[in-house]
Design a protein around this ligand. Structure first.
Ligand code: PAF
Length: 295
C-alpha cells in the first residue's frame, strides 16, 4: 500500500459508531430519530483528558444516548490571548470519544452557535461575582449563554459537569432553575494525576518545572482536608495553606477560600450542602483552579 494513502484515523472512523454532527438541525434530527431515549449531555471545550472521559463514562451509565459537545466558546473568555492559545487537538479528541464509545460528537462552528450578534445577561445574584467572578468578570455570563444554547439544542435529560469547575456548576444550576429547564445536573468527581494535580486541558501549557510547582495547589487543599471550619483555629490553618502557596516559586495565588458549598458565600453557619475550599493561581502563564469539598 502507498504509505501516503494510509490514514489510520479514517479507518477508525469507518468502523466506529461515533456520529459527528456540526449543525443544530442535524443534531436535533438525529436525536428525534432515537425514539425518546434518555439523553446525557457532556459539554466540553475539547482537549479531552481522563476527567472528561470519566464524565462520558458516567453519562453512559445513566443515559441511553451520550452527546459530547466540543466548542471553544468565545463569549466566556475574558482574555483574547487565552482564547487563541486554548488547545484544539480535535483529531485525538475524536479518537478518545470513539474509544469511550460516545454516541454523538456535536462540534459546531462559532457561526452556528452565534449566527448573529446577541446580547445575553441573566442575573443569578452573588454566586456569579464571587471567587472566579472577581478575577474573570463576565466569564460566567458567557458560560451560561452557551450552556443555555446547548441545553435548548440537545434537550438533555441529564447533563454532566466536573467538580473541578465547582462554581461553574452552581452558576449553571441557577441558570437552569431560572430558565425552568427540565434538565438534571450531575456533578462528577475531580480526576487527579497520580501526584495530585487536578486534570485540566490547560495542564499541557505547563513546563516540567511549572508542573512541579503546580502541585502546591493540591497540597494546600489537602492541608485543609480536616479543618474544623466553624472553629477559630480554621483561620490559622487556612493562613498556613495560603503561605504554603505564596512560598512556592513561580506560583501567583489569586484566592484560596473556604466557603459555603451552596451559595459560595463566607457564611458557614448553615452549610446544608457542606463547605468547600477553592483555589486559583497562576503558574507561570497558566491559570489553574482546584477545590476540595470539606464536609
Ligand atoms: O467547563 C467547560 O469546559 C466550559 O465552561 C463549558 C461548560 C463546556 C461551557 O463552554
Amino acid at each position: 500500500m502507498n504509505r501516503k494513502q494510509f490514514d489510520p484515523l479514517k479507518i477508525i472512523r469507518t468502523f466506529t459508531a461515533l456520529k459527528i454532527l456540526k449543525t443544530i438541525a442535524a443534531l436535533q434530527k438525529y436525536l428525534q430519530q432515537q425514539n425518546k431515549k434518555t439523553i446525557g449531555l457532556v459539554p466540553t471545550m475539547g482537549a479531552l483528558h481522563q476527567g472528561h472521559l470519566s464524565l462520558i463514562a458516567l453519562a453512559k451509565a445513566q443515559t441511553a444516548i451520550v452527546v459530547c459537545s466540543i466548542f471553544v466558546n468565545p463569549t466566556q473568555f475574558t482574555n483574547a490571548l487565552d482564547l487563541e492559545k486554548y488547545p484544539r487537538p480535535i483529531e485525538t479528541d475524536i479518537i478518545k470519544l470513539e474509544q469511550a464509545e460516545c454516541d454523538v460528537l456535536f462540534m459546531p462552528e462559532t457561526t452556528e452557535m452565534y449566527p448573529q450578534k446577541e446580547h445575553w445577561h441573566l442575573d443569578i445574584g452573588e454566586v456569579e461575582h464571587r471567587l472566579e467572578g472577581k478575577f474573570r468578570p463576565g466569564h460566567y455570563q458567557g458560560v451560561m449563554q452557551i450552556v443555555y444554547k446547548l441545553f435548548v439544542a440537545v434537550k438533555p435529560d441529564l447533563a454532566f459537569f466536573g467538580q473541578k469547575d465547582f462554581q461553574q456548576f452552581r452558576v449553571i444550576e441557577k441558570m437552569a432553575e431560572l430558565k425552568k429547564l427540565p434538565v438534571k445536573l450531575v456533578m462528577c468527581p475531580i480526576i487527579r494525576e497520580a501526584d495530585g494535580l487536578a486534570m485540566s486541558s490547560r495542564n499541557i501549557h505547563l513546563t516540567a518545572e511549572e508542573r512541579q510547582h503546580a502541585l502546591v495547589l493540591s497540597r494546600a487543599l489537602n492541608h485543609l482536608k480536616n479543618v474544623p471550619v466553624k472553629e477559630a483555629s480554621a483561620q490559622i490553618i487556612l493562613k498556613e495553606a495560603v503561605e504554603m502557596i505564596k512560598a512556592e516559586p513561580g506560583v501567583e495565588l489569586e484566592y484560596l477560600e473556604i466557603v459555603n458549598a451552596d451559595d459560595l458565600s463566607e457564611d458557614l453557619s448553615h452549610p446544608e450542602k457542606g463547605t468547600i475550599a477553592l483555589v486559583a493561581a497562576k503558574v507561570g502563564q497558566t491559570r489553574l483552579i482546584d477545590n476540595m469539598i470539606l464536609g
